[in-house]
Design a protein around this ligand. Structure first.
Ligand code: AMP
Length: 229
């Protein structure tokens, strides 16, 4: 029998630090991270057929079609390299149809995964400031995140990634109007998604992410040690 594994969902608006927290979990616990945003950007940089279809949605801060995203997630999950450890979903599911598809896929193909949900809290203003000051590594296989203002997220060499030394750039969707649209999209789906999880009997743990990164990670560690994990 396959041993039980955890599938962690980080729910939070753009800029709440889902990717940064996921990276810390990858480094400290050896979990796998699936960031649908990262996968989408990789398709665009590689100019795949999917990349061409989703380019406009990403640049304008709109959600990519559910069918495309669900297909991407399923393809990622079936890779035995990915599903043999605990998994973090960063940026998925983002609405009820995606959550339904996820629960169905897990029930049919991966019944050994138990879902643990963490909701990241942050004010609108703090998110705006974070995203306007965010830089990412241009290397599509890295995409590490940096900040011009947050001390713990600054590169060692100005304008260069600490991990692969490639150039740091702004994400095309980190523009004020697009950020506002992305936040609004998140807000529209948030309540329905939370009630979907609650109806399924899944508990949702909350983390205040308007804090220093070390403290946020400490709080997360504390929550997971006292939980089902
Ligand atoms: P993120 O890196 O999570 O901020 O995602 C960047 C962009 O990728 C989003 O604004 C969407 O255009 C697209 N995207 C990422 N995840 C999803 C998803 N689960 N459903 C639809 N679109 C997504």
């Amino acid at each position: 029998m396959t041993e039980k594994r955890n599938l962690i969902i980080f729910m939070g608006p753009p800029g709440s630090g889902k990717g940064t927290l996921s990276q810390l979990c990858v480094q400290h616990f050896g979990w796998k991270q699936l960031s649908t945003g990262l996968l989408c950007r990789k398709h665009i940089t590689e100019k795949t057929e999917i990349g061409q279809q989703i380019d406009f949605s990403i640049k304008s801060g709109k959600l990519v079609s559910d069918s495309l995203i669900i297909e991407m997630v399923k393809n990622w999950l079936v890779n035995p390299e990915q599903n043999k450890s605990d998994i973090i979903l960063d940026g998925f599911p983002r609405n009820v149809p995606q959550a339904e598809a996820l629960c169905e896929t897990l029930a049919q193909m991966f019944p050994f995964f138990s879902i643990a949900i963490f909701r990241l809290f942050i004010s609108h203003e703090a998110v705006l400031q974070r995203l306007l000051n965010r830089f990412v590594c241009e290397n599509k296989d890295c995409q590490a995140v940096y900040s011009a203002t947050e001390v713990n997220l600054q590169p060692k060499v100005a304008g260069r990634c600490n991990l692969c030394l490639m150039k740091l750039i702004k994400r095309s969707d980190d523009q004020i109007d697009t950020i506002r649209d992305r936040l609004e999209t998140y807000r529209i789906h948030e309540d329905a998604l939370l009630s979907f999880f609650e109806k399924r009997g899944l508990s949702i743990r909350e983390i205040n992410v308007e804090n220093q990164l070390e403290k946020i990670f400490q709080q997360f560690r504390h929550l997971i040690t006292g939980s089902v994990l």
